[in-house]
Design a protein around this ligand. Structure first.
Ligand SMILES: C[S@@+](CC[C@H](N)C(=O)[O-])C[C@H]1O[C@@H](n2cnc3c(N)ncnc32)[C@H](O)[C@@H]1O
Ligand code: SF4
Ligand code: SF4
Length: 392
């Protein structure tokens, strides 16, 4: 998620900032609750480390199964059975509504593999969970499903593209033809995004096999007119633990540095679509330090993760100990176990992972001011794509 509503404290967002992309459309009450959330985290960081701050955004893993075979991911490596039924997911959504969550992210695995995915999204909207987001590989996001999803109330999409061409993307995604389908569906989605007022973000996971393609991804995002998010490969989070994945995220820092610096120059010319200087610094440091412990983990405080088989936790790197098949969500969130683990997660007493790093940065006091300064003073704002080809 992006920044939250104006609060007169350093953790708050910049004044005059546009509404957060992923929460555009959130009502004034939701916005106020996010502002309060940010203020509480500031108190937690500086005054009361034990302060219990309840999550506001739910990450729902509708399924852990998938139709692709990504080298970076474990979802497809075994079949997950006994996933929550439609009725159980409806009950989860009812509970989230009662707990006044402001946003629901549908993810997986590939969420569109579930035949009831669209029905569940429509249900979420109907009961008043107004901001529903979908993460997808977009292979199944054909124009028909796009229409149904828009009608069901999806407000924003993350579409994963792991390379600027079929060779790189399909190499990561483990299926020939995936790039062609994903790009065709992404283009169709983007064609409607202005008219139907939903957001689309292109999510690129940085890995050993595609680290050189970072600048080309910047060019692809610009040519499509879609914001680019650099997702950072990790092998600590619950979906990504496997020796093959550890090898896939073994990124050589000098190679990445060259790629990131090229993207940085491009981003100066196109700050709307490309990552901020602080995000690029973070990305560069990530593969040598998965934790970056000086930056508190806001992600673990904001999000409630509901796994496909009912486990509930608030952190990507640590296994959940309670299951909603046995406990109500409210009881889990208020349990001693949840409180204690979340005290530690906020301070990065954890295994470390790159999840939510942009949010963690954004809620830092001076990130925005520093980024503005960096953009102004870090060298000339020359658009590298407008230099003569022989100079590139
Ligand atoms: C697990 S997928 C679920 C949604 C959907 N199947 C997709 O691919 O977008 C969510 C995101 O995790 C990213 N991802 C995959 N492997 C990863 C890894 N090892 N580290 C970090 N992110 C990873 C994917 O590229 C995708 O953007
Ligand atoms: S990253 Fe997404 S598409 Fe790839 S295997 Fe994992 S869940 Fe499937
Ligand atoms: S950075 Fe640490 S606390 Fe935050 S989600 Fe990752 S493992 Fe959990």
């Amino acid at each position: 998620m992006d920044e939250v509503t104006p609060v007169p404290v350093a953790l708050g967002p910049r004044r005059g900032a546009p509404p957060p992309r992923s929460l555009r459309g959130a009502g004034a009450v939701d916005a106020a609750r996010l502002g309060l959330f940010a203020a509480k985290l500031r108190v937690k960081e500086h005054l009361l480390p034990g302060l219990h701050v309840r999550p506001l955004v739910a990450e729902l893993f509708l399924t852990d199964n998938c139709n692709l075979r990504c080298t970076s991911c474990a979802c497809w490596r075994s079949e997950t059975e006994e996933e929550l039924t439609t009725a159980e997911w409806r009950d989860v959504l009812d509970q989230l509504r009662q707990l006044r969550f402001v946003k629901v992210n549908m993810t997986g695995g590939e969420p569109l593999l579930r035949p009831d995915a669209i029905e569940l999204i429509a249900y979420a909207t109907d009961i008043g969970l107004r901001t529903v987001h979908l993460n997808t590989n977009a292979t199944m996001l054909d124009p028909y499903r796009q229409r149904l999803l828009r009608e069901a109330g999806v407000r924003s999409f993350n579409v994963s593209v792991d390379g600027p061409d079929a060779a790189i993307h399909d190499g990561v995604r483990g299926r020939r033809g995936a790039f062609e389908r994903t790009m065709a569906n992404l283009r169709a989605l983007l064609d409607r995004s202005d008219r139907d007022q939903f957001d689309v973000r292109l999510s690129f996971t940085v890995l050993r096999s595609n680290a050189d393609a970072v600048p080309a991804m910047g060019r692809l995002a610009r040519s499509l007119g879609v914001p680019l998010y650099l997702n950072l490969g990790s092998d600590t989070t619950f979906l990504f633990r496997d020796p093959e994945i550890s090898a896939a995220i073994d990124v050589e820092s000098d190679r990445l540095e060259a790629s990131i610096e090229e993207l940085r120059a491009m981003a100066r010319a196109d700050p709307e679509l490309l990552p901020t200087p602080s995000q690029l610094d973070y990305a560069l440091a990530h593969f040598g330090d998965l934790k970056q412990a000086d930056l508190p983990c806001v992600e673990s405080q904001l999000k409630l993760l509901v796994h496909s088989t009912g486990e509930v936790g608030g952190c990507w790197g640590h296994d959940a100990s309670m299951n909603l098949r046995r406990h109500r969500l409210a009881d889990i969130i208020d349990s001693d176990d949840y409180r204690e683990s979340h005290r530690r997660f906020f301070r990065k007493e954890c295994v470390g992972c790159g999840s939510g790093y942009a949010l963690n940065l954004r809620l830092r006091a001076n990130t925005h001011i520093r980024d503005r300064r960096r953009r102004r003073f870090d060298g000339p704002s020359v658009d590298p794509d407008r230099r003569p080809v022989e100079e590139r």
